[in-house]
Design a protein around this ligand. Sequence first.
Ligand SMILES: NC(=O)C1=CN([C@@H]2O[C@H](COP(=O)(O)OP(=O)(O)OC[C@H]3O[C@@H](n4cnc5c(N)ncnc54)[C@H](O)[C@@H]3O)[C@@H](O)[C@H]2O)[C@@H](O)CC1
Ligand SMILES: Nc1ncnc2c1ncn2[C@@H]1O[C@H](COP(=O)(O)OP(=O)(O)OP(=O)(O)O)[C@@H](O)[C@H]1O
Ligand SMILES: [Mg+2]
Length: 365
Amino acid sequence: MGIRCVAIRACGGGKIDTGVPRMAVCPYGAAAVVMALLSAAIAFHCSPLLAVLQRALSLHTAHATKDMDNLFQLVRNIVPALTSKKHKGQDGRIGIVGGCQEYTGAPYFAGISALKVGADLTHVFCAREAAPVIKSYSPELIVHPVLDSSDAVEEVEKWLPRLHALVVGPGLGRDDLLLNNVRGILESTKARDIPVVIDADGLWLIAQRPALVHGYQKAVLTPNHVEFSRLWDAVLSSPMDTSNHSGSVLKLSQALGNITIVQKGEQDLISNGQQVLVCNQEGSSRRCGGQGDLLSGSLGVMAHWALRAGPEKTNGSSPLLVAAWGACTLTRECNHLAFQKYGRSTTTTDMIAEVGAAFSKLFTT
Ligand SMILES: NC(=O)C1=CN([C@@H]2O[C@H](COP(=O)(O)OP(=O)(O)OC[C@H]3O[C@@H](n4cnc5c(N)ncnc54)[C@H](O)[C@@H]3O)[C@@H](O)[C@H]2O)[C@@H](O)CC1
Ligand SMILES: Nc1ncnc2c1ncn2[C@@H]1O[C@H](COP(=O)(O)OP(=O)(O)OP(=O)(O)O)[C@@H](O)[C@H]1O
Ligand SMILES: [Mg+2]
């Protein structure tokens, strides 16, 4: 099957008002109960029950399809038009904060993905040793070797007024000096009201200091399975309910002051503490490293586009939820397209080469 994304009503809390148009019911519990009843109706030849259940299932599918169409349309609404009237930079100047001695691939993947999605300029702020390596991967990236210097915060602050969004964490590492500098950069970013996507080792820092993002409505966190558990342990005292993923992402978002959280996995779950969207666009079974960096870089651009477009273009839905759903859908489609060509040998570089095709297929009208 090609496209398989639905939006769902938050299924953990019970008292949640979603506010988003045409949300389908949670596909987990409810659909499973209907399927079980359907099997029983078939086994016991109960035609009236069978008819009711078939109708319920077809309504569920119809709702899910509408929600899916709706979300695709909302993403298309935030994509800026390509016109001859624009100047360089208008469609996005994105900063990536990451890159250290060990990790140079991750900030490159995030930065180049931002450009391939449609940003005009990408600045990478990394440790001195990482800079020549990152530059040598691509002439497209502007690279600043400042992150381990004593005046790192001031050096990045010089650029912040020109940046539309920041992606913090890919390949950052966990050196205390770097993390302390990033703490200062995050404070400055918030003071300027710049959208920030926090991933990878940026999330390690947030697990140490959740107050850095608590309640900041322009923050999006993109944890993988392990990073999500770490954040949970840092901010919630109760154990996580591992049978209720959407309830958990909703709860973590609420505990962090309703910031947007993307829990990556077999399905991506996206919440702002009020509602949960699910993205299960078909990807592949190939799990090479770096796919999360493609996602965070893409989301940096889409977050800027969505916030600039505003809630009128997203039909009242949270712009950051729409941006996150768009970036997840795109990443998974890149994975799908690359896997069709390269199978087991697919790497993130192959996925990045599919960004243009995937974007056109999903979001170009
Ligand atoms: N080429 C590169 O330079 C890359 C660098 N990376 C960087 O590597 C650093 C560490 O990132 P990690 O993601 O390894 O974080 P962690 O160091 O927290 O390790 C998480 C570990 O959990 C495992 N894991 C992931 N998903 C899991 C799941 N669903 N169930 C059980 N285990 C799971 C992973 O194999 C990984 O070893 C970050 O700075 C990151 O950006 C990665 O982005 C990958 C690519
Ligand atoms: N089991 C899965 N099936 C399908 N897609 C998946 C699965 N797990 C993760 N993904 C997709 O892969 C992308 C990256 O998620 P992942 O959990 O690998 O991030 P990550 O560990 O941070 O990656 P990175 O190696 O870049 O650090 C997301 O778009 C997610 O939807
Ligand atoms: Mg990662």
